[in-house]
Design a protein around this ligand. Structure first.
Ligand SMILES: Cc1ncc(COP(=O)(O)O)c(C=O)c1O
Length: 433
């Protein structure tokens, strides 16, 4: 069985390639909205906030579409916060959870966005912002992220819980964190965990129960806990044989646990989730062109005008993306053939068909038989592709991005980068000129 296009037709692909050139990302407003609605329907006991993990794809048009659906934002750096605000998102809808607190924390972030403190040092840094005196209207209520000691990701590199992960306050330091919080006279209003991307839903459910134990401790100490944020990481099948999470089942399990928590403590916790992949992965396609075909004794290689410059996930994780050949002109005599599909970078690791989970090893993929000049669509590229690629390697410019609205009208949402823009910040010292 060969892969199929998700939301484009062959004619759409030809038209877009003609109009915008290749490589070009195409996003579907309809799919984005459908996924947002599915997330908002997750069962919950006492209310739900869905935050979009904007690291997955921070394009302003995507932020706006998801904002219009009622989603809030999970930002991973001060820069992401600024980017969201520039896109028109109200700061009070943004939660910043970062490995690195912004330097201008005090001036630009305090009392504007919610800040999730993810280490003992971050609690100190945040607390010290207030030391001395004069913060009028200081918000005493804080959020903390805990590493529960258990994680799960689609690959080791996307597992961010357990002893091999630096993300969050290590659970054995929870009491130390509580003493620090007491020293600074803070109250904890939100407890947060995120254990990985593409996680096993059973592990995620187990971590939800473990987090409720930490929540209980906070309530016992008199903290006005309002929210338990269980992060993102919900598995989405990009390939036909990959499974996706059933948000309803996992949600129902967590809903019951929140109800039990209420019976035991009298506290009605609001559930927060912050999916990235779930919302955008399958809302994005990448249209590319095949520029060469090369044979060795073992393989037939198809060379494309994309690669790790747009889609790094295969060379980083051994991730699999559906690949669909669209002949440049309609052909009806379609046979299939096994190919290794590679990118355009001078890097033998720049492959689009690695062995699953093993970027070190080539694999073949059965595709419609192809010729130089045909188009190749890489599917499932809405998340962690445009935002997480080795942009400008070999000085290839950043790809253009196009949004297809609900009336099937295409809009450019990122122009293709020029060489001039790549060189903009480069400076040649006088002694060399
Ligand atoms: C804190 C946090 N929340 C949410 C997410 C979103 O994860 P995913 O895109 O797998 O849903 C991430 C991803 O790294 C994250 O670090």
């Amino acid at each position: 069985m060969i892969d199929e296009l998700r939301f484009l037709t062959d004619d759409d692909v030809r038209y877009i390639a003609e109009e915008s050139g290749t490589p070009v990302f195409i996003y579907s407003q309809r799919t984005l909205e459908e996924q947002a609605q599915k997330a908002l329907e997750m069962p919950n006991a006492f209310g739900l906030t869905v935050r979009y993990a904007m690291k997955a794809n921070p394009n302003a048009s995507i932020l706006k579409i998801l904002d219009m659906q009622g989603l809030h934002i999970d930002a991973s750096s001060g820069f992401e916060v600024e980017r969201a605000v520039k896109a028109g998102i109200s700061p009070e809808k943004i939660l910043l959870t970062s490995q690195q607190l912004p330097d201008n924390l005090y001036e630009d972030f305090l009392n504007k966005v919610d800040i999730n403190l993810t280490s003992l040092e971050q609690i100190r840094k945040y607390g010290n912002c207030f030391s001395g005196t004069d913060v009028f209207g200081r918000d005493n209520k804080i959020s903390i992220r805990v590493n529960p000691g258990l994680g799960s990701g689609g690959t080791n590199r996307t597992n961010v819980g357990g002893p091999s992960s630096s993300f969050g306050i290590w659970y054995e330091n929870f009491e130390d964190a509580l003493s620090l919080i007491q020293d600074y006279e803070f109250d904890v209003k939100r407890l947060h965990t995120h254990i990985g991307s593409g996680s096993d839903h059973k592990v995620w459910e187990k971590v939800a129960l473990m987090s409720l134990e930490h929540a209980k401790r906070l309530v016992e100490l008199g903290h006005p806990l309002e929210i338990l944020n269980l992060g993102g990481g919900y598995k989405v099948g990009r390939m036909a044989d990959e499974e996706s999470i059933n948000l309803e089942e996992s949600g129902n399990m967590v809903k019951k646990a929140f109800e039990r928590f209420y019976d035991e403590t009298g506290v009605k916790l609001r559930l927060e989730i912050e999916p990235g992949t779930f919302l955008v992965a399958n809302a994005g396609s990448l249209v590319t062109r095949i520029n060469d075909i090369v044979k060795t004794s073992d393989y037939t290689f198809v060379k494309t005008d994309t690669g790790m410059t747009e889609v790094t996930r295969p060379s980083l994780y051994g991730a699999q993306h559906p690949l669909v050949v669209v002949p440049k002109e309609k052909r009806f005599d379609r046979f299939t053939k096994d190919y290794v599909v590679v990118g355009h970078c001078c890097e033998s690791g720049d492959i689009l068909t690695p062995e699953k989970g093993n970027p070190e090893k080539l694999n073949t993929r059965t595709l419609g038989e192809t010729k130089i000049g045909d188009l190749l669509v890489v599917e499932g590229v809405g998340a962690y592709c445009s935002s997480m690629s080795t942009k400008n390697y070999n000085s290839f410019p950043e790809a253009a991005e196009v949004l297809i609205d609900k009336n099937n009208v295409a809009h450019i949402v990122r122009k293709r980068q020029t060489l001039k823009q790549i060189l903009e910040n480069e400076v040649v010292p006088l002694f060399l000129s």
